[in-house]
Ligand binder design. Structure first.
Ligand SMILES: NC(=O)C1=CN([C@@H]2O[C@H](COP(=O)(O)OP(=O)(O)OC[C@H]3O[C@@H](n4cnc5c(N)ncnc54)[C@H](OP(=O)(O)O)[C@@H]3O)[C@@H](O)[C@H]2O)C=CC1
Ligand SMILES: N[C@@H](CC(=O)OP(=O)(O)O)C(=O)O
Length: 697
């Protein structure tokens, strides 16, 4: 046995060496924003709202060389990968290399996720770390009644990693040997629908399965209420057999007794019948052990502690990556890659995805080569959207092009009537005429279409949905219901405006909105952004700018939106927000006044709103309401003049709100103004559509 283990280890090491050099392409980020003015009514008081938002788009390209190595890892670590892959050295090597890449993309160079990065999650004191169980494993206890689904899935993932790393490190007094396991207890006592977070649970288990192989010794689930059974069945679809076998749902007295015995009174908190003090994970201090010195592939030396050694591959990765960034002469370029704009590098392909599953829905992305289409891929990937297959569709012009998604390459296919055969969910972003032609056709074939264009927004019977605002509008539409459907994504201005104004509207009914949006070039698609880069360069070089998209200069300029002007003098873009808001709020009475402009930034809008109560009361009330609003966060520091900017929201899921103040243009206490920024292509388009798709599962 020992001999066959050694053989498997040797083969694993060889396979890791073989897999160890690979090239990775990593790309881009972007932002946007806008402005609005609203009037509210609250218990006969007329409230007035004016509000502004602003956004923009940028992009960067990074070229990485990822170097993997099994050096620095001892037998217990490698054995875990072998066991998790049934002692198959090649599969274990692949898992090991994927794990290294994942850690490199996830963990900062310090080797651990600092508490400062997960303080929002820690604040609820929902995870406790207890002393060793009878079997000698650390015990991590999750009190789900203190948990609420995170607004920021990326941050939640960090929290999961923080918890798992710290729990494992605690098993051996801060030193990681490699073979440590943990025992988990998930307590579902007193949960309500507000605490339900199937995605969070799936993330936790998927991380354990993919990145912490053979770390879970056992998982006990306590106090499962009846209404959770359906959620649990759904979660189980994501669990491997080996994981499921380690989970015990404690349902009766006998199982409870066994649970208490297995954990032992020394580890079990008093609240659970033991003698231990319940200790929040952040209150557990771990000793740092003596540093070890390691040399990377570039002969550079690092001193790190054993705890940091948990992510030693990250040191190799970062150093090599930095050098590659400087030395690579002809990186692949995105159209905005040369802009000196701040952006968050994304490590798309350096992650191992768990979203590709046989039992998941089949997807199609229509308009995949466009600005929104590319963002669809990014959002699907970021949110680990489950899928069994994905078709990349665009026009004939793009057929045969290659696009990367989830670490794989796909060939773009021409969109045809046959494209939707066997497709469960299609995300459309190829313009209204394409949606009108292919949307109903796809729905007839049983596909649920989430459409980003304006084609069906005002069609009776087609739900127009912002998941945080009116999820009920798509009630009953689910994958597997046996027929297709059309669901419309609102205009990007409508989405970002209503994300901030709806919570206020629920508090004090909005009677009138005055909206000014300053929209960005990205609203006109990828080609417009590219031309803006070109115009900017040309203007700075004193040359006449190329004006193919709008027929006029928009670099260093501002002009009224190019949408057609209607008989009432408003343009179509303005009227979209008016009509769509009425449909979403189911409010025929709302008056909206709009002024929409294109501005020189890549993607931008401003909003401004005012409401009725007395100044401090109204602005403080609005601030409190907005603080709690899903998908919204506040940047509003008058003392330092700090308010939302496009850069703040670039690549972010949430909408930022600031400049919360009374509207002095109103007689009496009738107004409150706000300023809002959001990422137009993300929440204003792709993210909203993917959130809708998530509700179909
Ligand atoms: N940009 C934004 O902020 C927002 C856009 N939207 C909506 O999303 C849609 C796309 O916008 P955006 O991504 O910005 O536009 P882009 O111009 O960047 O992309 C257009 C996409 O549509 C595809 N396409 C064009 N013609 C056809 C065709 N005949 N058959 C199949 N595919 C075709 C293009 O493919 P190819 O590369 O082959 O030409 C490309 O993938 C629009 O309907 C827009 O209203 C919605 C909200 C916000
Ligand atoms: N609102 C985008 C244009 C757009 O895509 O609108 P719609 O999704 O309603 O077609 C802009 O900034 O110009």
């Amino acid at each position: 046995m020992e001999e066959s283990q050694e053989l498997a280890l040797t083969q694993l090491r060889k396979s890791v060496e073989k897999l160890s050099s690979s090239t990775e392409f990593v790309s881009f980020g972007r932002f946007m924003s806008f402005t609005v003015n609203v009037s509210l009514e609250n218990e006969k008081k007329i409230c007035h709202l004016i509000f502004m938002s602003y956004t923009k788009i940028s992009s960067m390209v990074f070229f990485f060389v990822v170097v993997s190595s099994e050096k620095g890892y001892e037998k217990p670590t490698l054995m875990r990968f072998l066991v998790a892959r049934s002692m198959d050295p090649d599969k274990a090597a692949k898992m090991f290399v994927d794990w290294q890449k994942w850690r490199a993309s996830m963990i900062p160079p310090t080797g651990f996720i600092p508490e400062s990065e997960v303080k929002d999650e820690l604040e609820f004191r929902k995870v406790c770390l207890q002393g060793p169980t009878k079997s000698g494993h650390p015990l991590v206890l999750v009190i789900t009644s203190k948990h609420f689904a995170s607004k920021d899935p990326a941050n939640f993932k960090k929290f999961v990693v923080y918890v798992l790393d710290k729990t494992i490190a605690s098993g051996n007094n801060g030193k990681e040997i490699g073979g440590e396991k943990l025992v988990a207890v998930i307590d579902l006592a007193n949960i309500t629908y507000k605490n339900l977070d199937a995605r969070g649970l799936i993330t936790g288990f998927q991380f354990l399965q993919s990145y912490y192989p053979e770390r879970l010794a056992k998982c006990y689930i306590l106090h499962m209420p009846g209404f959770f059974v359906t959620v649990w069945k759904f979660v189980c679809r994501f669990l491997e057999k080996a994981t499921q076998e380690k989970i015990v749902i404690v349902t009766d007295g006998e199982e409870l007794k066994k649970f208490e015995e297995e954990i032992g009174a020394e580890a079990l908190p008093e609240e659970y019948g033991g003698r231990a003090k319940l200790t929040a994970i952040q209150d557990v201090l771990l000793p740092q052990s003596a540093p070890v010195t390691l040399t990377n592939n570039n002969s550079q030396t690092f001193s790190i502690s054993r705890l940091q050694n948990l992510s030693i591959s990250h040191f190799f990765f970062l150093t090599t990556a930095t050098m590659a960034t400087f030395t690579h002469q002809t990186p692949q370029t995105h159209f905005l890659s040369r802009l000196p704009l701040r952006a968050t590098p994304r490590h798309f392909s350096a992650r191992v995805k768990m979203s590709l599953q046989e039992s998941a829905p089949s997807l199609a992305v229509v308009g995949v080569t466009g600005a929104v289409g590319q963002e669809f891929l990014s959002v699907l990937s970021d949110r680990d959207f489950p899928y069994s297959s994905v078709k990349m569709l665009a026009s004939k012009r793009s057929a045969g092009k290659r696009v990367a998604f989830d670490g794989r390459e796909y060939t773009v296919e021409e969109l045809t009537a046959e494209s939707f055969d066997g497709v469960d969910i299609a995300l459309f972003s190829a313009g209204g005429s394409i949606s009108k032609e292919f949307g109903p056709l796809a729905a007839e074939k049983g596909t649920i279409v989430v459409d980003n264009s304006s084609a069906f927004r005002m069609v009776d019977g087609v739900p127009l949905v912002i998941p945080e605002v009116n999820p009920e509008a798509m009630k009953g539409i689910k994958v597997g219901m046996g027929k297709g459907a059309l669901i419309a994504n609102p205009n990007c201005s409508t989405i970002i405006c209503l994300m901030a104004v709806t919570p206020l509207h629920r508090h004090a009914k909005v009677k009138r909105m005055v909206v000014s949006t300053y929209q960005a070039a990205s609203g006109a698609g990828a080609a417009a952004m590219e031309e803006l880069v070109q115009q900017t360069r040309e203007v700075l070089e004193g040359k006449p700018p190329t004006c193919n998209i709008f027929g006029q200069q928009y670099a260093f300029n501002l002009f009224s939106h190019n949408a057609p002007i209607l008989d009432n003098g408003y343009n179509e873009e303005e009227m979209k927000l008016v009509k769509e808001t009425r449909k979403i709020w189911v409010s025929g009475l709302l008056k909206v006044l709009l002024c929409v402009h294109f501005t020189l930034i890549f993607c931008s809008k401003f909003w401004f709103y005012a409401c009725s109560c007395r100044e401090c009361e109204s602005s403080n009330t609005a601030r409190e309401i907005l603080k709690k609003a899903p998908g919204v966060y506040i940047i509003d520091d008058r003392a330092s003049n700090t308010f939302p900017t496009p850069l703040d929201v670039s690549n972010k899921d949430d909408v930022a709100v600031g400049r919360i103040r009374r509207d002095v243009s109103q007689d009496g206490d009738f107004g409150l103004d706000i300023f809002v920024c959001g990422d137009q292509i993300r929440k204003g388009a792709a993210l909203n559509a993917v959130q809708i798709a998530e509700m179909l599962l």
